[in-house]
Design a binder for this molecule. Sequence first.
Ligand code: HEM
Length: 233
Amino acid sequence: MSATASRPSADPAILRARRAEDVVVGEEIVRHRLATRVIHWTVALFFFLALFSGLPIWTPLFGWMAHLLGGLNVCRWLHPWAGALFFASMAVMFVHWLGEMRLEPRDREWLRPQKVAAYMKHQDDGTEGGKYNGGQKLFFFAAALGAVGLLLSGLVMWFPLEFPRMLRELAILLHDVTFILFVLAVVFHIYLGTAAEPGTFHSMIRGTVTKPWARLHHPRWHREVLGEETRRP
Ligand code: HEM
């Protein structure tokens, strides 16, 4: 038997998820095409590289982390470059997702505390929110703003002789406050994308979700993809 004949045929949903998005393939729905997933994981990679090389510079409490990357001197050199690459990949992600992340009046409605609480308990009525809900869109814009703050303050610290002392001190404060908020937001993001909503992580790996997942977490998007409602951002 030839090698080609013995190879199992590729999963049609995975093949479709290379290029297409928001399409139904059998019992699955393609949520994130390959380009989206590659961009997202590039952002995550540079985020963690910048974090792990930055924490040992910040405080000796995280000194042990420096050993993972070859020592404190390597971290001092690596951190600004990892940060710059994080910003560049964030910029690509921003442009890539902007069309789907525009805030609509119904997203503002979704962000009301009662609605958020209902969503967290899977009790929302599903009338608001499309492919991405108000919380996801807010995280998207907050992350973009945070990346700009980290870049600007980081540049001041990278080239300290070019800036007055007052600005250098402000930059340190802005960099520290922004990265702490960013880490807290990313921890919550990871929790929502894994433990809190089983099946979501799968969508960023394989590209697909099940129909019950879509109906539960993004009912309007589910109806739109199935052709029961006209698509809106
Ligand atoms: C190990 C770390 C991470 C995991 C497990 C993770 C997981 C995920 C998953 C599963 C989604 C898809 C959500 C959906 O389809 O509804 C997603 C979306 C997204 N991720 Fe991540 N992610 C991680 C790190 C990051 C980092 C570092 C950023 C940096 C800004 C980021 C930014 C985003 C954004 C903006 C979205 C779209 C909005 C949203 O779904 O919240 N992610 N992530």
